[in-house]
Design a protein around this ligand. Structure first.
Ligand SMILES: *Cc1c(COP(=O)(O)O)cnc(C)c1O
Length: 371
């Protein structure tokens, strides 16, 4: 079976986790502190704050900005539901914005229209662009619009560790940014996540919010405000640290494999059987998702690929179609189409060029009815 993705855990990484387990320092410790410093250097930001998941990072980001009841937050229609769920978790209202058909990311023009057409009772406070599948969102346009309207920017960079926009890493553009280390992402700690910011005040607030609202003072622990436990463990940090030096190599391998997909799927794309993803040079390719033409039943395509030993899946969800977040102001069209017809193909750095060819040939055969 060619799987959709495969975590890349070396024996050396396992050994570094074992060392932490033997040390007895399981929760916070030197591995987590060093990993935070290394991540800040890698990304080029002032502060990196480890948390227990990408969802925890999203939740804490909104808490740190004091977003809550009476507020509204703009989120892309096409994403993993954690983005919109975090908005609901602080008692705010998610406002859905359609995405672009080529990048699968928040469409800046739709963002502007949605903001200018907003008549809701809630106050718009923030926008959460998602770098979907590792494709960098158009941060220049989005940040410009946010600034005009006095909105915070919280990047959902869960898929986008290692991605960049003209050399500047995703996750360094917003007031805060959130990453995930779930096994489906390129670097994994099992569960895990990260918040980044250049703002020392927001960093301080986030650090105490991840740890019961507690700060250490000269006179001991002080609980400054009610909060939760969203800490990452020291042994998870060791697992992440062991992978970080390889990350850029892995992203590079993924870029080459994605380019090979584009080459091998050019024929069915030319015949209108599918649409290929936009190959931005800064893309980190957490997922390679094509969009099947409307004549195809995706479930059938997934089943036929599975029968020849290839795992595939849908890419992400349309928040509008899920129906948990109220109605979109303007009906989203692109997000629901990507949700219905998007097909994620196997991609991980240890795949071989032959496997990419095999997947491409099998998919082409299925779509041409020659299987
Ligand atoms: C994976 C993902 C998340 C959630 O991350 P977890 O670590 O699983 O909580 C959030 N947003 C997006 C876009 C994701 O892809």
């Amino acid at each position: 079976m060619i799987n959709l993705s495969r975590p890349n855990i070396s024996e050396q990484a396992i050994e570094s986790v074992a060392r932490v387990l033997r040390s007895g320092q399981l929760v916070h410790g030197p591995e987590s502190e060093t990993f935070e410093q290394e991540l800040a250097v890698y990304l080029g930001c002032r502060e990196a704050i480890l948390v227990s998941s990408g969802t925890a990072a999203l939740h804490l980001a909104l808490m740190a900005l004091n977003i809550g009841s009476g507020d509204a937050v703009l989120v892309p229609d096409f994403t993993f539901p954690a983005t919109a769920n975090a908005v609901m978790a602080v008692g705010a209202r998610p406002v859905l914005v359609d995405v672009s058909a080529d990048t699968y990311n928040l469409d800046p023009q739709c963002l502007r229209q949605t903001i200018e057409g907003w008549r809701g009772a809630e106050r718009l406070r923030a926008v959460m662009p998602v770098h979907e599948f590792g494709h960098p969102a158009d941060m220049a346009a989005i940040s410009g619009i946010a600034k005009e309207h006095g909105l915070y920017v919280v990047e959902d960079a869960a898929c986008a560790l290692g991605a960049n926009l003209n050399g500047r890493k995703t996750g360094t553009f917003g007031d805060l940014a959130c990453f995930s280390f779930h096994p489906r992402k390129t670097l994994t700690t099992g569960e895990g996540g990260l918040l980044t910011t250049d703002n020392p005040e927001l960093a301080r607030r986030t650090r105490r919010l991840r740890n019961h609202g507690m700060e250490r003072t000269d006179s001991g622990m002080r609980f400054m405000e009610p909060s939760l436990n969203y800490r990452l463990t020291n042994f998870q940090a060791a697992l992440g640290r062991a992978q970080l030096p390889s990350l850029d190599l892995w992203v590079n391998d993924r870029r080459e494999l994605a380019a090979l997909y584009v080459e091998n799927l050019a024929a069915p794309a030319g015949e209108g059987l599918l649409t290929l993803p936009n190959a931005d040079p800064g893309h980190s390719w957490q997922t390679f998702m094509v969009v099947l033409d409307g004549r195809f039943d995706r479930a059938e395509v997934i089943a036929k690929l599975k029968a020849v030993g290839i795992e595939s899946n849908l890419g992400a969800q349309s928040m509008q179609e899920i129906g948990l977040y109220g109605d979109a102001l303007d009906t989203c069209k692109v997000g629901p189409h990507l949700y219905a017809q998007g097909l994620a193909l196997p991609l991980y750095e240890r795949m071989t060029p032959d496997q990419i060819r095999q997947v491409s040939e099998s998919l082409t055969a299925v779509l041409s009815g020659a299987d």
